[in-house]
Design a protein around this ligand. Structure first.
Ligand code: MRU
Length: 364
């Protein structure tokens, strides 16, 4: 793998570069971001996606907005930029978190150039934090995989995942995939059931591409296959990521996650959610009532993209006049979650357990 990171600042060109995730796995192209508008575009059009990466991109977007501003009211300009960025995608809380933290580093009493430098440092710092979070999520999740592996007599641990909670959704290693990468590195045999994840197919297009690059055995399955596999004892555990998790442990993740959690509960299969602290929404309790669920364009459902004779084509797959609903996420209630794998350790999906892991959040 050439560059394990998904986003970086190109000092020579003085702009941000990222992998254009819309093109994978057919083409591996770099997308350049040099303005606030390009950062907004990258997030809303899913050039970048996945909660932690959206957060880091937004932080760089704030830096670029400040760097390109030549007026004399930076505070106001940055508040407007923050609102624009926040409106690009509503569900992943990392976006609002990163934008609000970036706003908090801007000070009236220092020069514009010092503010620009501080915003750049903030973006780089958030990126490094996400890398460290992923590493620690990996270490804690690895212990769970190790424990399951002991009862498998050398057979692979069968892990089901949904969407892409991989390095592409983060900066390095990922959330859901971090324990998988570390298990593979440690020589523990694993096999991953990769949910295709309609409509954008993040599983089939991105998770499968990532796992393939790392040489990790995997099989892509249509989204409605998991329940059958679980009934036939072909899944030992599920690990998914999250876009926003409430203080009570309700988990918003890619649409379809809830159905997998239901099937896992019915079959007594552990269902884990891997997430960094930047994905907790410390202000919310009831995920179903309170988490905003993004609805996206109908074309994502009615059009499919694929390779034909070496070229990428888009195909309509059902009648043009049929109505389409395209909810991006659903909420898995805390009672269906076996554990939350965070950078500080594994906790239960309950308020008490989450706060015992993050006691500093108790009085927010
Ligand atoms: O719409 P996306 O592709 O941004 O959704 C991403 C997911 O649902 C991921 O699984 C999620 O961000 C959690 S892992 C970082």
């Amino acid at each position: 793998m050439e560059n394990p990171q998904t986003i970086w600042f190109n000092h020579q060109k003085q702009l941000v570069e990222t992998i254009d995730q819309r093109k994978l796995p057919f083409q591996n192209l770099i997308f350049e971001i040099s303005t606030l508008e390009e950062a907004e575009y990258a997030i809303s059009q899913m050039v970048v996606r996945g909660a932690p990466l959206i957060g880091v991109t937004a932080a760089y977007g704030m830096f670029l907005a400040a760097r390109n501003y030549s007026g004399n009211n930076l505070q106001l300009e940055m508040k407007l930029s923050a609102e624009k960025l926040k409106s690009t995608r509503p569900t992943a809380v990392n976006l609002a978190f990163a934008v609000d933290e970036a706003l908090s580093v801007i000070l009236d009493q220092i020069s514009a150039s010092e503010n620009v430098k501080n915003l750049f440092d903030y973006a780089e710092n958030l990126k490094q934090r996400e890398i460290d979070f992923s590493k620690n999520i990996g270490k804690h999740g690895l212990e769970i995989i190790k424990a399951i592996s002991k009862s498998k007599n050398g057979e692979p641990v069968q892990i089901l995942t949904h969407c892409n909670g991989g390095r592409l959704a983060c900066v390095e290693l990922g959330t859901a995939t971090a324990p998988i990468y570390l298990a593979h590195e440690a020589g523990i045999p694993v096999h991953i059931w990769v949910d295709e994840t309609r409509p954008r197919n993040q599983g089939a297009r991105l998770t499968a591409w990532e796992l393939g690059q790392a040489g990790i055995p995997h099989t892509i399955i249509p989204d409605n296959t998991g329940g059958h596999l679980m009934q036939h004892k072909m899944v030992d555990m599920a690990i998914v990521g999250s876009d926003r998790t409430t203080l009570n442990g309700d988990v918003a993740n890619k649409i379809g996650t809830y159905l997998k959690a239901l099937a896992a509960a019915d079959n007594g299969i552990p269902f884990y959610v891997a997430l960094p602290s930047t994905t907790f929404d410390w202000a919310l309790n009831d995920g179903i009532a309170e988490i905003p669920i993004e609805q996206r364009n109908a074309n994502e459902v009615s059009l499919m993209e694929g390779m034909l004779n070496g070229e990428v084509h888009e195909f309509r797959i059902f009648p043009e006049k049929s109505a389409v609903a395209n909810y991006g996420f659903d909420v898995t209630p805390a009672r269906l979650v076996t554990g939350l794998i965070t950078e500080r350790g594994v906790c239960k999906a309950t308020r008490e357990s989450i706060l015992s892991m993050f006691p500093e959040k108790a009085n927010l």
